[in-house]
Ligand binder design. Structure first.
Ligand code: ARG
Length: 466
């Protein structure tokens, strides 16, 4: 504790940072300006709409409205240019803006807060902010889908091993694999769109909690701010943060998808796989091991998922059990919101860049796709189709043929006909048509399947939607 603080008689129990006085401690826990300054432009937008409405309804004079609006534009200019001095003593963005407005516009500024509370003010600010965040996410996801479509189109016929349990299962195509992520990101975009529809109601005019006795027009402010209409219940309006929770939920699910693709890139890039190459700009070297190229960007996309989950979890916890109506707890909505939005923005951008730059190694993927008797299902299906053997029996026969091949250290494609005939005498040379990975992939023409014709259809379907 400083000598100065000691002299002022401050309590030593509060800890170093807050040793000066109880009011300093209160200011430190209460102030939100350090982070809610990011709501400045939404706050001013809301105030412009509010003042226009107050004048229209005869609640303030038109001359006051004009002074207020000109003053607000100046405040915005100062904030955007960086010349604005934020004050912690003024607690939050609302009071910082209003106080500066008073200096600029004088007495008319004091009429701006008529028929309004910081409770509906902050509610409308965060809603405007999160609405923009929805639109940014929508646009970024659309861009990611586009680059996935381009890559998938180039590789609709590039064979790769398909996995279940991370064990080689059946051959698929790289294009088909990427299109699986297009489906995921398409649902993510849909979630942001659904949530945006629900959030687009204006809480402005709910007052502190009960509405107001002034003859305000909430429909007018709602319209001016691009909302479909006003929210219907003033108590709910000042306390609800669902739009933020929905944004973060959608972001969390999107982050899950991004982390899965990131993990696959990490696996594909590792030497034992060697399925893809990523240019150096997405990787780093090791300070000790000269041979290393580490997929840091992909790892960070995977790792940053934790921040988004954490943000969602913090706000869920803040909101849990809160009684109506407004409570200061909800001031804790902003940091998680901003962090989730910032994180989503950077991981979407990084993933879009990586997908664009991803270079598959078709030879390597095809080699692995053919290993491990990956066309065994094709063999069994052939027995069913060509010899009318029941599938269960065909499965058993195939198992025996695979073990013959294993014994000889050969692939199914290279296994001699008489070896197969020793297991099942009706087998003829037609069987070889289904044993190559290319033919296997080409034959999977069921709707949604991996056959290049089907994948090309899936790509076309998505092209119309981006
Ligand atoms: N900074 C506050 C928040 O973010 C603004 C609302 C404060 N309202 C109040 N009655 N203290 O929630």
């Amino acid at each position: 504790m400083s000598e100065e603080a000691k002299k002022s008689g401050a309590n030593t129990m509060w800890g170093g940072r807050f040793s000066s006085s109880p009011s300093a401690l209160m200011e430190a826990i209460n102030a939100s300006i350090d982070f809610d300054k990011r709501l400045a432009s939404e706050d001013i937008q809301g105030s412009i709409a509010h003042s226009a409405m107050l004048a229209k309804r005869g609640i303030i004079a038109e001359s006051d409205r004009d002074a207020i609006q000109q003053g607000l534009q100046r405040v915005l200019g100062e904030i955007e240019s960086g010349s604005f001095t934020f004050s912690t003593a003024l607690e939050d963005i609302h009071m910082n803006v209003e106080s500066r407005l008073r200096e600029i516009a004088g007495d008319p500024a004091a009429r701006l807060h008529t028929a309004r509370s910081r409770n509906d003010q902050v509610a409308v600010d965060v809603r405007l902010w999160v609405r923009n965040a929805h639109d940014r996410a929508d646009e970024q996801i659309t861009n990611l889908i586009k680059v996935l479509l381009d890559k998938a189109e180039q590789h609709a016929g590039t064979v790769m091993p398909g996995f279940t349990h991370l064990q080689g299962a059946q051959p698929v195509t790289f294009g088909h694999h990427l299109m699986a992520y297009v489906e995921m990101f398409g649902r993510d975009r849909g979630r942001f769109r659904d949530s945006r529809v629900r959030l687009n109601e204006s809480p402005l005019g709910a007052g502190a909690l009960a509405g107001t006795s002034f003859p305000i027009d909430r429909h007018m402010t709602a319209k001016a701010l691009g909302f479909d209409g006003p929210t219907r219940n003033s108590l709910d309006s000042v306390s609800d943060r669902d739009s933020l929770l929905e944004f973060m939920s959608a972001a969390a699910i999107c982050a899950v998808h991004l982390s899965r693709l990131a993990e696959e890139i990490v696996i594909w890039m590792s030497a034992p796989f060697g399925f893809v190459r990523l240019p150096d700009r997405w990787t780093t070297g090791s300070s000790m091991m000269p041979q290393k190229r580490n997929p840091d960007a992909a790892e960070l996309v995977r790792g940053k998922t934790g921040r988004i989950f954490g943000s969602l979890m913090s706000l869920l916890t803040v909101m849990k059990g809160l009684p109506l109506a407004y409570a200061k707890d909800t001031q804790e909505d902003k940091e998680p919101l901003f962090d989730a939005a910032d994180t989503l923005e950077i991981v979407l951008a990084a993933m879009t860049g990586m997908v664009q730059d991803l270079e598959p190694v078709p030879g390597r993927m095809a080699a692995v796709a053919g290993a491990g008797y990956s066309t065994a299902t094709d063999l069994a299906d052939w027995l069913v189709r060509s010899l009318n053997i029941p599938f269960r029996d065909a499965h058993h026969i195939t198992g025996r043929i695979v073990s013959e091949a294993e014994k000889r250290g050969t692939s199914l494609e290279d296994l001699a006909l008489d070896v197969m005939q020793a297991v099942e005498p009706k087998i003829h040379k037609g069987i070889y048509e289904v044993l190559s990975v290319e033919n296997s992939v080409r034959s999977r023409t069921s709707f949604g399947g991996t056959s290049p014709v089907r994948v090309t259809e899936q790509i076309a379907w998505w092209r119309e939607r981006v």
